[in-house]
Design a protein around this ligand. Sequence first.
Ligand code: ARG
Length: 616
Amino acid sequence: MADPVQLLSERFIAAIRTALPKLEGEIDPQIAPNKNPALGDFQCNAALALSKRAGAKPRDLAQALVKLVKVDDLCEPLTDAAIAGPGFINLRLRPDALSNALAAMNRPDLGLAPVEKPQTIVVDLFGVNLAKQMHVGHLRSTIIGDTLANTFARLGHTVIRQNHVGDWGLPIAMVTARLGRLASEGKVDLAKLTLDQLDEAYKAAKLEADADERGLAAVKKFGLGPKAQAELEEQVAGALEKDRAARETLVKLQAHEPATYAVWKAIATTTMRECLAVCARLKSDITDAHSAGESSYSEELAPLVADLVSRGVATESDGALVVRCEGIEEPCIVRKSDGGFLYATTDLAAIRRRVQKLGASRVIYVVDIRQSLHFKQVFQAARQAGYARTASGENASLEHAAFGTILGEDGRPFKSRSGENVKLAFLLQEAVERAMREVQSRSRDLTEAEQRAIAEAVGIAAMKYADLSGDRVKDYVFSLDRMVAFEGNTGPYLQYALVRIRSIFRKAAERGIATPGASAASGGFVVTEPAEKALALTLLKYPGVVRSVGESLEPHRLCGYLYDLAGAFSSFFDACPVLAAESEGARDARLRLCDLTARVLADGFGVLGLPVVERM
Ligand code: ARG
């Protein structure tokens, strides 16, 4: 048995379909907690909601539903007396309905069995660019992507993580050219590169390449004098020279010319080493094995474009090659007029590989919302080209799980005071330090090493949870103070809720009380007190919530659920003594509720990627 609310909804939908066979479209059975708990646990408001659409009197409809609906296994027998007011149907759960449902959920999989038809799902996540530090923007793709991948895995699907590293193209060639030059002049040691050095080289290379052509035009137009003109002319010439050098480097890279390729490799290795270390610290499962950078598609781009042209999918426009996408105004450019390929070209190759080689029937892109148009275009172009077609002939589902921007406390995109991006590693350290201060003031009896370990887990959970708990597509304000707070809808609060339950079991063990688990054969669940009922109803929602995250790609649903569960547990614990319960039977039944709550929390943490702590 599953979530009673879910079951009641399904049964009422079936009854409504029988009563109103001609009714078209979606049916919302409107099962809600009863406004007057004296009359029942739930009420069904469908008769009122549907009466207009059905052209029937609400009361008549309610009477028909009461006769048709099959809920005997869940509710006290339904009669006309259950119909209240203009046509509400009061529903009272049978006393054993909740305890049976909990017993059915009390298995290692917590009632969330693997799906019958597992899919192969690719999750595109992380997506750093070479020679750049991980900034706050990468936090979202990493954390949300990892959580969605965990969710699919938990549901029993086959998950393939793909890290579409920005490791190819002119900007990378520019850094490669610059570093190659610096290395040959003995100014950098390629074997000992750091990401900071690379970050700097990237910025410098970009600056060098930025020709001030507009400035030059202005100088000429307004006659600002020969000196200004000469300076800018030199700058433009220098930039053109750098640009030419970068293009040459790109050609050499393309040909895997050993010396150039070695420089590129050093850049790639250094970037990935440092960025993946941040992922590891974040406890996000992103490793080298998931890297499928843009460079891995470089050989496929020319043949891909040729294929598009030969089948008439791509056509010429002002010297460029474009795919005109149905329903989208801007065409998708796949080759520039200078012959260069683009971000979109690589993404088309990626879709083809993911669907037709890796066998994905769903591809999820966890990427900034500002890339929405790009994904609309490449998804549509891929479908038009047939690259999204699976082996069974249908199109794979291509989904952009877009996320909003992280803002500073001033409401603008999060930057340091000087306008620089803030290193993610630095923020992480900051979160851990703040967590350490909290832990030190709360758990003085622990050793410093123990406190450090807890602070690490708490700081990381704080940052991840803050990112996951808001609506994915919305912007959110980055506030370390709020994230690390032990009260409110935060990661540390949830970790603490689990610690509290586990401490009940520690106390029980000290008193020699055996603790129940999924394997404990003896005894069942007893659900009588209102707080027990509320906790039970919340627990039973868990499988449905995880499934809904898999469908909606909205991790905040699971966050909100776990927060509710922690609250329901807290109310239960306040109202119902556990170790001091009135009888041994009541105590064991309540311990079982505690145990199930702890396991659901821990399972949910696993899906969200939040570390569990034993004490804090
Ligand atoms: N490197 C890209 C960026 O920084 C993100 C990659 C997203 N994934 C993709 N398949 N385009 O914007």
